[in-house]
Design a protein around this ligand. Structure first.
Ligand SMILES: C[S@@+](CC[C@H](N)C(=O)[O-])C[C@H]1O[C@@H](n2cnc3c(N)ncnc32)[C@H](O)[C@@H]1O
Length: 683
């Protein structure tokens, strides 16, 4: 029972909480007037959050700090004028798919999708470079230019003179890595739903920093777990064979997960196969459960030791609800209720278990007996036991009393479930071999195992059928395949958004040779992004028979579609103010402009695009009437009127596209009259 506070609320603490929700990185620890440690605001940080210029000043507090941290804040908050240009030729099912592949730097990508997916992502998985310094296909070494770093840290002045005699180099590596990741994590956080999560793969090199960094970006109160992924022994190790790595799990808000009564469970691996065997036997032997039991027990005995179902061979009894095992019928912890329960054959009171009965009342016990969930022994001298079915019926899920909603969610499809431990094993070679076979060459170092990712994604999203998953360090696109795999398994409509830099492959380097050759054979530029896109195409073919969305829209980051004048109206001449100079770069297509509109208005980048000819001009309609845009020149009043009659939510024309100035002036009026709710804009 909660104790009464018997004092008024601590308003300062409440205010600190409010700031923490907006800026989790601005929270630190400080001593109050009684000398007690309390959560407090780091005003330096807060000031930096609210300022576009670098703020100087140091205050003493407990926090992760490194040279360049504040610059990260400026970097993350700075706007970008870049844009996303669609590339139909490289996409698959461009018009229907909901999946997105962004080619470019993830810092830009995260900024560009801020509005479109604000609080709209269920799960972020990232596998950033581990900063090992190893010679890998991708850059795994973060050392900013040495001079620049020393200048930044005050070890050298602007002219390059050394200011300190003993210049630290250790920090150089970690600081650069932290500065790389931090702005991205900050932007990523905004994209998560309140109940969303981020999973960060990392190894020993940066685990301590990564943990602290995630605490800074997401708040220490939102830490969930550090998973250990054992990948196998390295026998050539000198001291210890460190064959594992980690996955850090942080919630956007652990409080929101708790409020939603979130419970993560997964099907016991191998349980489904037992059920399938039962169904097969039932089709042969009908309701002869004894014979089905014999058949099932024989099947268990013949399974190889490594088979996942072998572990569940206790589910060897069968009744109308399927295979079951026995379990204890006593009150957990002792001191449970004691009442009379008559044996079904001897009709004498059964022995009461030492801790008392599991069910609080004799009525509940009788209900369970009637449901066939209690199994009596030979006679009354031993207590009966309860049945646990491999596919539990709602009445036997007694541990957490289910509310109505949870009971409804208990579908036909649910199997015995388990909570996952924080350790799991899957050899790294499985994924390496799989990818090599799929691509016909060794095109990527250390791909993640997409089956393991799928299992994890399913677990932390509670099998949400339309979960949106983001990975902004896509590499070979294992995340895309994991998402497609899950959709294939359960017919879901999950969506992926991937970001990958077109990191150039150097064919002269041993580690990159095969990948570079692979791209060359495809007739594509030698970049990791090309490898990733091809992996998705090939993986899609593997699941093509299912209803899973195997398409993806390729969007490439590029400079703005608009020329510089657009952003600097102060330097505009009288001429272009009148709209006679086109603001749009000549190499840009109408679809390029459409995507810029989607970004600007924060609309989903996977919305359907339709086209129609109206009054002789091409008009694009996004998702029906979400947005209508015409970029043709010489547009007439007739077109404006026709469009206004369709009452789109938003309408866009090109500045230089009106037939005459009077059409331009009238356009606004026409919309005001015919469709006042339409937001009309020009570019
Ligand atoms: C460790 S790998 C990811 C591997 C991936 N999980 C897989 O299973 O294939 C990291 C990837 O991030 C990419 N990367 C690094 N910096 C990036 C950036 N700024 N923007 C986008 N991608 C980046 C690298 O090119 C590399 O492919």
């Amino acid at each position: 029972m909660e104790k009464l506070a018997l004092k008024t609320p601590d308003i300062t603490a409440q205010n600190v909480d409010k700031v923490a929700q907006l800026f989790p990185n601005c929270i630190t620890e400080s001593r109050d007037w009684q000398g007690k440690l309390v959560r407090a605001i780091d005003f330096d940080q807060l000031q930096q959050e609210l300022s576009p210029i670098l703020i100087d000043g140091i205050s003493e507090s407990y926090r992760l700090d490194w040279p360049g941290q504040k610059r990260c804040v400026v970097k993350a908050n700075e706007p970008t004028t870049k844009t996303l240009r669609p590339c139909r030729e490289e996409s698959v099912n461009f018009d229907e798919t909901k999946n997105i592949f962004i080619e470019g730097n993830n810092l830009d990508a995260l900024k560009l999708i801020q509005e479109s997916y604000l609080s709209g992502i269920d799960l972020i998985y990232i596998d950033p470079p581990y900063n090992t310094g190893s010679d890998l296909l991708y850059n795994d070494y973060f050392a900013e230019d040495k001079e620049a770093f020393q200048e930044l840290t005050g070890q050298r002045d602007d002219e390059g003179n050394r200011l300190m005699s003993n210049m630290a180099s250790y920090g150089r590596f970690h600081s650069d890595w932290l500065s790389m990741l931090y702005p991205r994590l900050r932007l990523a956080r905004n994209l998560l739903r309140d109940t969303g999560l981020i999973l960060v793969s990392i190894d020993d090199h940066e685990l301590p920093n990564a943990t602290k960094l995630c605490e800074l970006a997401f708040g220490p109160q939102n830490y969930v777990a550090t998973l250990v992924w054992e990948k196998g022994r390295k026998n050539d190790a000198r001291l210890f064979s460190v064959g594992h790595e980690y996955i850090l799990v942080f919630a956007k808000s652990l409080a929101a997960l708790k409020a939603a009564k979130t419970l993560w469970r997964e099907e016991k691996p191998g349980a489904r196969e037992i059920w399938e065997k039962f169904v097969e036997l039932r089709s042969r032997f009908g309701e002869d459960y004894k014979t089905i039991e014999i058949g099932l027990q024989k099947w268990f005995a013949e399974l190889p030791k490594s088979h996942p179902s072998k572990k569940w061979s206790r589910y060897k009894r069968v009744d109308k609800n399927g295979p079951w095992r026995d379990r204890d019928i006593s009150w957990p912890g002792g001191d449970g209720p004691r009442y009379e329960v008559l044996h079904d054959k001897t009709e004498l009171p059964c022995k009461i278990p030492e801790p008392g009965w599991r069910f609080a009342t004799p009525e509940e016990m009788q209900r369970q007996i009637k449901l066939g969930l209690v199994e009596f022994r030979e006679d009354h001298t031993e207590p009966p036991f309860r049945k646990a079915h491999i596919r539990p019926i709602p009445e036997e899920l007694e541990d957490e009393p289910l509310d109505d909603e949870a009971e409804e969610a208990q579908t036909e499809d649910e199997f015995a479930t388990q909570v996952r431990g924080s350790y799991f094993y899957k050899q790294s070679q499985v994924a390496v071999k799989y990818l090599r076979k799929l691509m016909g060459a060794k095109v990527f170092d250390n791909p993640k195992d997409h089956f393991e990712l799928a299992r994890l994604f399913d677990y932390v999203t509670n099998s949400k059928a339309d979960a949106r998953v983001l990975d902004f360090f896509a590499g070979s696109a294992s995340t895309a395949q994991a998402v497609m795999q899950l959709n294939r398994q359960d017919g879901g409509r999950r969506q992926f958004i991937l970001v990958q830099l077109p990191e150039v492959l150097d064919p002269s380097k041993k580690s990159q040779k095969a990948a570079a050759k692979f791209c060359e054979q495809m007739g594509k530029p030698g970049t990791i992004a090309e490898i990733a896109k091809e992996r998705i195409r090939r993986a899609g073919k593997e699941v093509a028979q299912s209803s899973a969305d195997i398409g993806f829209r390729v969007l490439k980051i590029d400079t703005s579609n608009m020329n510089d004048v657009y952003y600097a109206p102060d330097v505009a001449t009288q001429e272009n103010l009148l709209g006679q100079v086109d603001n749009i770069r000549p190499d840009r297509t109408p679809e390029d402009l459409l995507f810029q509109l989607l970004i600007d208005w924060g609309l989903d980048l996977s919305l359907r695009i339709g086209e129609e000819i109206i009054a002789g001009k091409k008009v694009y309609f996004i998702d029906g009437n979400v947005l209508a845009a015409c970029f043709d020149t010489e547009i007439s009043e007739e077109l404006v009127k026709e469009l206004a009659k369709r009452k789109p939510l938003r309408a866009v024309f090109r500045d230089a596209s009106y037939k005459s100035d009077s059409v331009k002036i009238n356009a606004d009026q026409i919309f005001k009259l015919l469709s006042p709710q339409t937001e009309v804009r020009s570019i």
